[in-house]
Design a protein around this ligand. Structure first.
Ligand SMILES: [Zn+2]
Length: 418
């Protein structure tokens, strides 16, 4: 088991699997953080009851603005991110307007300039209006966006996806795919299973994810495009990704805390258990976790997807898909994986800070966040600064509450002392 107590920093764990330059980064961040904290009389935060991490990075969040500010805004979403220890997030393009050209991206850029509390990098849409019919102005968008995605929808047309990959490769940009075959999804709400049949709720088979992933990996091989698969949830997907990496393809993937730690057995008929892709069975969960531990899954992303309370009040059948993740993510993973000794803390630093920035070519900075390892707390969604409240982890007793987030030497979140 990884020793978490020790000298200032706490996250360095002998026997971990960090790349040499990440190990150096980590040491550099630790030194700077120690100096920064000491200078401000906050050196108590260097004690053994705290965990110091690099500023976290989430490449998959829905900030909902412009277009859906009733669900979340750039301001509330980035405050929630800072409160979760994040200093960089990438914002998905299922907005109104959909950013499919520099002109339609501009309203979002304006809001980011005005309201963002941390770094926000927007995605550009792969197709016009995320309609899957014709490609966006990829060339015009490329200098302004972190990557391309039609998140919320799979790109159904193989020819269009091939063309997108060819052009993204020429532009040096990642294609980030929400893998979902509409014909296989067929209007389902939760994973197709004995439970879905028992509840009489239309099910979603895992094929709807992994068949499209299989197609995309073939296209990535054919085109040489750098490809990233979003929120993988099925064991078959993890197997495909492992194979593709072995074959040397330029591919990566992410998963979210709920796919790592929950499965159908945890499902309740409440909106906070409904997301897309849906929770799989126990074998899926175990395969996703195995992939996360061995590096097949490169990074953790929360797929923070807030909705209004009314939109999440319709149980499994009547609620919209999506749960919030920015505030719960670190405590949930810290409690489930680090405290239990399943994963060294430095590997979590790799999955939540270094790997996403490296893959997406994002500025690293010397950001850091401090979490309280000792005291237990109850995750209370009513206390979130996000407008969203729906999380399957609500009410759980956790460790690892964020006490301080520092970006470029400035405090972007500090816990209020009650
Ligand atoms: Zn998605």
């Amino acid at each position: 088991m990884c020793g978490l107590a020790g000298e200032a920093g706490l996250f360095l764990c002998p026997g971990g699997t960090l790349e040499q330059n990440d190990r150096e980064n980590l040491e550099q961040i630790r030194r700077n953080a120690a100096e920064w904290l000491t200078r401000r009389g906050l050196d108590a935060l260097l004690g053994p009851e705290y965990v110091l991490m690099p500023g976290l990075c989430d490449v998959h969040v829905h900030l909902r603005e412009p277009g859906f500010s009733r669900k979340e805004t750039i301001r509330t979403g980035t405050l929630a991110a800072a409160r979760g220890g994040f200093t960089t997030v990438c914002a998905m393009p299922n907005l109104d307007p959909v950013p499919d050209s520099p002109e339609t991206l501009e309203p979002q850029l304006e809001l980011i300039r005005r309201d963002a509390k941390i770094r926000v990098l927007p995605y550009g849409a792969i197709t016009r209006g995320e309609q899957g019919k014709e490609l966006s102005d990829l060339e015009g968008l490329a200098p302004l966006v972190c990557a391309f995605s039609d998140d919320g929808h799979g790109v159904q047309d193989e020819g269009l996806m091939r063309e997108a990959m060819i052009r993204a490769k020429a532009l040096g940009k990642l294609i980030c795919a929400h893998c979902e075959d509409d014909a296989l999804r067929a209007g389902g709400h939760i994973r197709e299973s004995a439970l879905s049949r028992q509840l009489g709720i239309p099910g979603i088979p895992p094929e709807s994810e992994y068949r499209q992933l299989e197609r995309d990996l073939r296209l990535a091989e054919e085109t040489g495009c750098a490809y990233h698969a979003c929120h993988l949830s099925a064991k078959e997907s993890i197997g495909l990704m492992r194979q593709a990496k072995k074959a040397g393809l330029n591919v990566s993937c992410e998963t979210a805390p709920h796919y790592l730690l929950l499965c159908l057995e945890n499902l309740r008929d409440e909106g906070r258990f409904k997301m897309n892709p849906p929770l799989g069975d126990r074998e899926d969960r175990d395969a996703v976790l195995e992939g996360f531990l061995d590096g097949t899954v490169d990074m953790l992303a929360t797929d923070h997807a807030p909705h209004t309370q009314a939109e999440k009040a319709g149980g499994l059948l009547g609620s919209l898909m999506g749960v919030v993740g920015l505030e719960p993510a670190f405590p949930v993973l810290y409690t489930a994986l680090i405290r239990t000794g399943i994963m060294p803390a430095e590997t979590l630093a790799e999955r939540m800070a270094f790997a996403p920035r490296r893959r997406f070519g994002l500025e690293a900075g010397e950001d850091f966040a401090v979490f309280r390892s000792g005291a237990e707390f109850k995750l209370d969604p009513e206390a979130f600064v996000s407008k969203g409240r729906a999380t399957p982890f609500g009410g759980m007793r956790l460790h690892g509450a964020c006490v301080l987030t520092v970006m470029e030497g400035k405090i972007v979140y500090q816990e209020e002392r009650g």
